[in-house]
Ligand binder design. Sequence first.
Ligand code: BGC
Length: 900
Amino acid sequence: MTPLPPLDLKCESLAGPLGVDTPKPRFSWLHVSPERDVRQTGFSILVSSAQELCRKEIGDFWESGQLEGESSFNVEYQGDPLLSCTRYYWRVRWRDKSGVESPWSEIASFVTGFLYEGDWKARWISARNIREFKSRGNVVLGEAGPEHAQAFGIYLRKEFDLREKPAMALAFVSGLGHGELRINGRKVGDHVLDPGWTDYRKKALYSTFDVTGLLQEKNAAGIILGNGRHIKYFGYNAPRVTCRIEIESESGERIVILSDETWKTSHGPLQENGLYFGEKYDARLEMPGWDEPGFNDSGWEKAVFVPGAPLASQLMPPVRVCGKLRPDNVYASAPGVWIFDFGQNFSGWVRMRVQGPAGMEVRLRHAELVHEDGSLNMGPTENAEATDTYILKGGGLETYEPRFTYHGFRYIELNGYPGEPSADTLEARFVHSDVETAGTFSCSNELIDRIHTNVLWGQLSNLMSIPTDCPQRDERHGWLGDAHLSAEEAVFNFDMSGFYAKFLEDIRLAQKEDGSLPDVAPPYLPSLYPADPAWSAAYATLAWLHYEHYEDVKVLARHYPNLRKYVEYLGKNAGGHIIKSLGKYGDWCPPGSVVPKKTPVELTSTWYYYHDVLILSKIARVLGRGDEAKEYSRLAENIRDAFNTAFLGEDQYAAIRVSRIDNYPNQTSNVLPLYLGMVPPAKIGKVLESLLRGVVSQQDGHVDTGILGTRYILDVLTRNGQAETAYRMATQKSYPGWGYMIGEGATTLWERWEKLTGPAMNSQNHIMLGSVDAWFYRTIAGLTLLEPGWKKFQVKPYILGDLTSAEASLKTVRGPVRAAWSKDASSFSLEVLVPVGATARVHMPELYPDGLVMESGKVIWTGSRSGEAVPGITAAGREDRHAVFEVGSGAYRFELKKAG
Ligand code: BGC
């Protein structure tokens, strides 16, 4: 009996097993097997309070016994009640379909956060005297004047002694807006801009760190607080923190250090800090040793208690410095003004090395562009000053990097630097939510690979604990439209399970009593209710996408009641099922405009009403609520009929008439109903013809869509036999198109299809047009999900244009999926990887008449019918000029050969 191979273990969150704050954590494991057609049929789990017990196979908290079933992820804890702030050990073993049992896995552990009401106990504290400064320029959408106070950085400290060596020490901290915990002179952990953004009135996140190695006999804890989004302008107040350090000594004694009035507070070198305008740091005001024991804090004030926020553990990946960049080029744009070009647009900041006299002020301005003469162009940065200022303390080499701001930039203008800088003066940090890479994609077309790379930079730059619209100007909000339109691409590229679970919570908490949702979540801009339905569609879209990719029913169940409430709200705002009043942005940013010039906003709003109701009916079905599922399907049919009555003409859907040229059909208006199969069968051909006239005759194979139409147009063309047209559109190098942006030097994606560089809405790093990348995965590499959690998927690459190869891989909840094809003049091969417990439908194109398909050295398809049997391939047939094979788990290499 060959033992089954080891497993990859995860508890509750992929962000790390610290701070699990649910009484019923969920366990996941990944099987990797070289064999074919492997399935798990049962498993056993042990959860122990000590590693030793776990090793001896004693689960003093849970011994599941032999459980039946294929589940290998999100298996819920069923043992004795867990305690807060405690480390537990667990392991699992599984059985395959012939009953062979694996050995016990390695031992993994997790640490609980605060599981029960009242366990936290620490209170919120802040400084008695909050020194405020008037920040400049944080004007968003003209809503408030630039005069709104923000606090200086606040420093807090507390000393404590330990009689014994700690066996385990955990620190739990939530510092709003952002907090940096330090122990004995060292920063704790590697999170930055922590915790993630939420609506602090309703929820604040705490982070959990293992600080065992940092403690000694005499200790000092220090915290620096910055403003982040916890500022008056966004409806909150001065920075504050709650913190709990839990220490268990080797003899079992528990010591708890809580944030309270015994902490001392002060101001220090951090003079100003704001997300938009940057940081001002006066190194002359540093307080050496302030975060170490023995510091004289007699001049510091006692901390005061302040109101706080309900807490939850931050189970999503934290924001981190995820990459470093060196400048490609350094030059002077004027005497003493130095420009550093990092060759890439991204989010983050720079670390500066500088040596000079005390009091010298060095300024770092960040921008996405430079003018023709090489000087900095702050146009797209709008009202964000994006300037970090460092005042030298003198006396040697100094290193500075900001901590409570970030910028979207490619270029830095360095001003006031003593002498001539070198390329080593500045090193850039790429900062974003540290989501794990899930997918890879590449193909033989260089332009497509470049678009994919730009999407990756753009997507990551816009994951800052919420999905943001852009990283450079004074917005950086969780605009829901941008979030859902790019979400499918995001889940192909990154593990978004924890990130979107948290963002769905942000949306849920933002819902008003009447069911309405805002355009941005968290709702830092309170006036943005009710949302344009095309934006708030993020709620249903993300919930469903999360379920499809991660098969997490718990998330669906949590949001279902709120989604119902939201859909009811839409219904109340619909007249005869048509939504006339809620639309604001519609098919935003089409070529040549910000506002939709061609697609009626009533059409997009009503379409999203239909879209959301359809999703709701699918969710109801998954949750076993058959009657409600039927009710929503019926409602969807009614909306569809009303939509067709209102917007469908003789052979196309309504367009706004702006000029004579608009006799040509509008792309978005036709694409949307085709995408959801709303067009009456008798008219599908005509509508499609109209769309093609709009694409080919009017736009010569270019997009004429805003962000909504762009999300769906390539799929609609592909599904309707026009994949070559979609390919042409995706690879256009002329305006408007992704290739045009790249030709003009874009290293991310722009907000607008046009090249615009002035002081206006023209971010060079928006992700809302990034959906093209999901089409690359699905169409060019051919990976399409058929059943939730990739239990079943399709591998159907389209061999388009000049393509000769493509490859994509994806880490799914069941394990790795991969498809890679290549072709030459006489053969075509397709490699496929199917994870344990999954099946795939593999489509081999009939590129040659009577081509033979080989696998494992055998002819498995003769050109018209199945051939020899090979392990793992359970069925073969013919469909749409493809030979189609059903396969179980394992690695396969299919080869198509010319007959004879
Ligand atoms: C943002 C967008 C957003 C839009 C709403 C803009 O200012 O940057 O990406 O979706 O407003 O219309």
